[in-house]
Design a protein around this ligand. Structure first.
Ligand SMILES: [Zn+2]
Length: 96
């Protein structure tokens, strides 16, 4: 069964804050801290697919479990699909 990721409504935390996480590659990456609208829940945004993930106890675990994995790739694939009805031809026939 595929889980549907929770879509958070979040804004950048005020005052601005960021956290640094080590990626699987060993690279240290900085993430802005977001806050869920209406709650005090802190979130970080996946830099690959843009999904908000809970910032559990300032730990990178949820992001590490998600980043570049199945769910993340699925979102990227879905977002990169051309949307029907938005096709704009690059060349127009000349108008007379
Ligand atoms: Zn992702």
């Amino acid at each position: 069964m595929a889980r549907t990721p929770k879509i958070y409504n979040a804004t950048l935390k005020e005052p601005a804050e960021s956290v640094e996480f080590h990626l699987e590659t060993g690279e240290l990456k900085q993430y802005d801290v977001y806050q869920e609208v209406g709650t005090a829940k802190h979130l970080v945004r996946c830099d690959i697919c843009g999904l908000f993930l809970p910032l559990k106890g300032r730990s990178a675990i949820l992001l590490q479990q998600h980043r570049g994995k199945g769910e993340c790739q699925k979102i990227v694939k879905r977002n990169s699909k051309p949307k029907p009805g938005l096709f704009i031809p690059t060349t127009f026939p000349p108008e007379n």
